[in-house]
Write a protein that binds this ligand. Structure first.
Ligand SMILES: [Zn+2]
Ligand SMILES: [Zn+2]
Length: 505
């Protein structure tokens, strides 16, 4: 808080009056200077002031203001005589001011250490808001020495600056002398003040009204501490940078996790569809790379207890769907006896039906398995092995990473925990498979002559499978996959948090 300007004006006060035993205090009637500068003292002191202490500055809109006066010294204080040359006898003292607690501004000459101490301690007893000091012998308009100059040293290591409840400012000597002179003119009643005739004729005041000098000190705040908005900005900046860096770090970690999962999927270590995470389909061009054969079933020799087998013939992709020459067939050991297509449930006819063999060894009608793999699922309907091209991987999302991580965590906690839905699907398959095996046993056990009529003895319902029922079967054969975003069920704040902090769970 340093002083910038000093402004003195003259105010007209009403005479304090008494009514019914109650006193009505003086009130400010007029700012005479503001109304007519010709008939009142005024002084504007711009700059050239030195702020000596800023203790307890109390401003109204940056202005310290009050009635100007000279603090009283004790009657026996030697400074009474020492300052007599600088302080006129009729200068405004506290006794010349309104009795009510108007704020005061003290004016005092700085002639020596003791007298200044006397003025400072006297002013401490008054309701003052600030003190102006000046060196009366330096009768010039130059700015007083700086606050840390030795001329302001009272021999107490500047402790005096903290003792007061008011700020102290130094003004040039000539300004102080001029203000002291003017102050001596505005301590009496209306008849004794300068321009009294003009004031009386202009404002027709009550004879008991009076005028006094009012001083306004404009100060500016030079705050050494940061303003509140700067603090808020800094705190906001810290919060934003912490959130930003955490978010960046988590995005980085999550991208590493996505890359790791992509690598495991590409190497075939993770099957996203079998885990119920993502429905996948096989490109038709890849499906067509699985070989076609002609189904060839050799009825078992009745005397032989060996299990029935089928043989299949390789068929070139360019060839028509006619069974190829049986002599050209190569015979492989089947993984199981597969008498019917698992999708449409229709029996394969030996040496007639064209079948497609998947890499896992399971065989189906080409039209059934092609549609199934290209539109329904990438897994073999029978053994759930993936039929995707090697190294294939769909786009990995954060949600997939979270669900795959959750599945792995469940497995590590619960040992051989298998995805419930997958397990359910497999149970269904194995029950169907065992039914088929029983059926196979039944149809393969009869004697050779009965075996010839085998197709006629099959239940008609299986042979009348339609495309519609095949589609229903496909629906049953796919592994249940929950492709809804795992974030959908979460509250909005959690979804937002997940976008900012992708690793957040
Ligand atoms: Zn089929
Ligand atoms: Zn299979």
């Amino acid at each position: 808080m340093s002083l910038q300007t000093v402004r003195n004006v003259v105010l007209l006060f009403s005479n304090p009056s008494w009514s019914d035993g109650h006193s009505i205090p003086s009130t400010i009637l007029r700012n005479i200077t503001a109304l007519s500068r010709q008939i009142a003292y005024s002084e504007d002191l711009l700059g050239n002031v030195t702020t000596l202490s800023t203790t307890s500055v109390s401003t109204a809109n940056g202005v310290v203001q009050g009635l100007l006066y000279v603090p009283d010294l004790a009657a026996n204080d030697p400074c009474q005589n020492l300052t007599a040359d600088y302080i006129p006898k009729n200068v405004t003292r506290q006794v010349n001011l309104p009795t009510t607690n108007y704020n005061l501004i003290a004016l005092a000459p700085w002639i020596n250490t003791n007298c200044t101490r006397s003025f400072l301690s006297s002013a401490r007893l008054d309701p003052i808001r600030g003190m102006l000091v000046y060196r009366p012998d330096d009768d010039d308009t130059n700015q007083p020495p700086d606050a840390d100059d030795d001329v302001w040293n009272l021999g107490d290591g500047n402790a005096w600056k903290a003792q007061n409840r008011y700020p102290v400012y130094a003004i040039p000597g000539s300004s102080g002398n001029q203000m002291m002179r003017q102050l001596s003119l505005y301590s009496g009643d209306l008849s004794t003040v300068p321009f009294s005739d003009q004031i009386i004729s202009t404002y027709s005041p009550n004879p008991a009204d009076y005028v006094r000098v009012w001083t306004e000190l404009s100060v500016i705040t030079v705050s050494t501490t940061l303003p509140l908005w700067a603090f808020i900005l800094i705190i906001l900046g810290v919060i934003i940078s912490v959130i930003g860096s955490t978010s960046l770090l988590m995005h980085f970690v999550q991208s590493r996790r996505r890359a790791a999962l992509r690598g495991r999927v590409e190497r075939g270590e993770v099957n996203l569809e079998a885990l119920g995470i993502k429905r996948l389909r096989v490109p038709l061009t890849h499906i067509q790379t699985f070989p076609l054969f002609t189904y060839n079933y050799d009825p078992p020799i009745p005397t032989s207890p060996t299990s029935p087998k089928f043989s299949k013939g390789r068929r070139s992709s360019e060839a028509s769907r006619q069974p190829i020459n049986m002599k050209a067939e190569k015979t492989d050991a089947p993984i199981n006896y597969q008498p019917a297509c698992l999708i449409c449930l229709e029996d394969f006819e030996s040496k007639k039906t064209i079948i497609r063999e998947l890499s896992c060894g399971h065989i189906f009608h080409p039209e059934c398995i092609d549609e199934f793999l290209s539109q329904m699922s990438s897994l073999c309907p029978s053994c759930k092995a993936s039929m995707l091209p090697p190294g294939y991987c769909p786009e990995i999302t954060n949600s997939m990473v979270r669900r795959e991580f959750g599945t792995r965590r469940l497995r590590s906690r619960g040992g051989a925990i298998i995805h419930v839905d997958v397990e359910r699907g497999r149970e269904r398959l194995s029950s169907w498979s065992s039914t088929m095996k029983k059926h196979i046993c039944r149809v393969s056990s009869p004697k050779p002559e009965e075996a010839v009529d085998l197709p006629e003895q099959r239940p008609r319902i299986e042979r009348q499978s339609t495309v519609g029922t095949a589609r229903d079967r496909m629906q049953d054969l796919v592994v249940p996959v929950d492709e809804t975003n795992s974030d959908d069920g979460r509250p909005q704040w959690k979804r937002t948090a997940l976008k900012v902090f992708p690793g957040f769970r």
